[in-house]
Design a protein around this ligand. Structure first.
Ligand SMILES: *Cc1c(COP(=O)(O)O)cnc(C)c1O
Length: 468
């Protein structure tokens, strides 16, 4: 086996290390194979149903799993827990205005709270919502508001091996074709995500959003941004797009947002907090509608479901997440894991994205049909091998077509290893890579799963399976 510790040198580059040190530790439970088998059976082979206590390295999601800094924890003590007009809200509002550049801010308890508000405020029943690939909660809120989602991402995004540097880009011809077919008045807005989670954490280029803005201006269509991982997107622009190598991440972020009319945010991702979200808007009409609805669904418009201390930690998290050295090390760690897995010839989505390594479960298990749930199977196998928790992003996550009731069969059948921010060390990444290798080595013996229980909404969270 390759000597993992010398990988940096083997790849011909200098090693890097995390720009933080550890002040407090949380001991982890080291389980036996028998304990893991029992836990997996009890969880119906769905990693969402495992107890966190039974997990060694938890790569289920980077959502709300970040480690806060000492500054953020200090900020927690500055919570102004007033029902109305908390000081922390105004500090949060100022941070979003400064770093993302939008005018009006509505706080929400997390990203889907903001998705509900923007969907209800900006979609009329029967309108189309073109987007650069879907996201689970985003599309569901758009559909619940009566919208019809249309995928307008470039074709390369659906090809897991295509090396396109900006696989999150919108295909402007697809947008134009939709405008020609249904008319601009029947398009609610463009739902633009940076980076695109379901495509493997792939970025959108500045040139693409600029061109999209020009097209939308011709037709009076607004663009709303899913800004959840937009800071990671800014890193890829700095790294790959001509003219941006010397621009700070903060400047790139602000320029990108300026081409859009508003954004929703799951602050549990880029913004380095464990809970929180926001909606930001430049137009007063949508803002007024959203600010009125927030009191129905979330809480008063100066807290939106967050405690004052949460808003303070969030404001500080926004400042920290746009620091160049933070984002370089965050994406560097993801890349470190990806390069280890890649060197063994194990199929992963290319190029390596911003927040996760996506194992290509179809190529991993070529003998399994998609209805055998290969990505779900791979997630279960990883847990059984070493207590590493991953997530399915394939046929289970795609759900059923609301019209026909059939499974949707997405092109991408992926198992996601998602890296929490500032939580694990490179040694943890070594252990994860070796576990993937062990599961790969016995792939020929692996059978698929059958679904034994299926809930109505967002089934991947709660459905259950049994081995074939
Ligand atoms: C997590 C996420 C959301 C939803 O946010 P929550 O905070 O989980 O409600 C929306 N869009 C993207 C891209 C996400 O990753």
């Amino acid at each position: 086996m390759t000597d993992l510790k010398t990988t940096g040198q083997q790849l011909g580059r200098r090693s890097w290390a995390e720009p933080w040190k550890i002040k407090m530790v949380e001991p982890l439970f080291m389980s036996t194979p028998e304990q893991r088998r029992a836990a997996m059976e009890a969880a119906g082979y769905n990693t969402f149903l495992l107890k966190s206590e039974d997990v060694y390295i938890d790569l289920l999601t980077d959502s709300g799993t970040s480690a806060m800094s000492d500054r953020q924890w200090a900020g927690m003590m500055l919570g102004d827990e007033a029902y109305a007009g908390s000081r922390n809200f105004y500090r949060l509002e100022a941070a979003i205005q400064q770093y993302y550049g939008y005018k009006y801010i509505v706080p929400t308890h997390q990203g889907r709270g903001a998705e509900n508000l923007i969907s209800q405020a900006a979609i009329k029943r029967g309108q189309y919502v073109p987007g650069n690939m879907y996201f689970t909660t985003t599309r569901l809120h758009q559909e619940l508001a009566g919208g019809i989602f249309v995928d307008v991402i470039i074709d390369e995004a659906h090809d897991s091996t295509h090396p396109h540097p900006f696989k999150g880009n919108v295909d402007l011809d697809k947008v134009q074709a939709l405008i020609d077919r249904v008319g601009a008045a029947n398009i609610a807005y463009i739902s633009l995500a940076g980076t695109v989670n379901m495509a493997g954490g792939q970025p959108v280029s500045m040139a693409n959003v600029r061109a999209l803005r020009a097209l939308c201006d011709q037709h009076g269509i607004r663009i709303y941004l899913d800004a959840t991982r937009m800071v990671e997107n800014a890193f890829f622009i700095q790294e790959r797009e001509e003219g941006y190598a010397d621009k700070p991440i903060a400047a790139i972020l602000k320029e990108f947002c300026a081409y859009t009319d508003g954004a929703w945010m799951s602050a549990k991702k880029d913004n380095l907090v464990n809970i929180g979200g926001w909606l930001a808007l430049n137009h007063e009409d949508v803002f007024e509608a959203a600010r009125n609805m927030v009191v129905v669904y979330e809480g008063l418009h100066t807290y939106g479901g967050m405690a004052g201390r949460d808003m303070e930690a969030l404001a500080i998290g926004i400042e920290e997440c746009v620091e160049d050295q933070h984002i370089r090390s965050r994406i560097g760690q993801v890349r470190y894991l990806g390069e280890l897995i890649e060197q063994w010839g194990i199929p992963i989505v290319q190029p390596i994205g911003g927040h996760a390594i996506f194992l290509d479960a179809r190529a991993f298990y070529p003998h399994l049909a998609q209805i055998d749930f290969p990505a779900q199977t791979l997630a279960a196998e990883l847990y059984l091998d070493g207590g590493v928790r991953a997530m399915e992003r394939g046929i289970v996550s795609a759900g059923r077509d609301p019209e026909t009731g059939d499974h949707r069969y997405p092109k991408l059948e992926l198992t996601r290893l998602t890296i929490p921010r500032r939580v694990y060390t490179q040694s943890h990444m070594d252990v994860v890579a070796e576990s993937v290798k062990a599961v790969y080595d016995r792939r020929a013996e692996t059978r698929g799963l059958t679904m034994t229980y299926e809930p109505q909404y967002l089934r991947f969270f709660q459905c259950r399976f049994a081995p074939k």
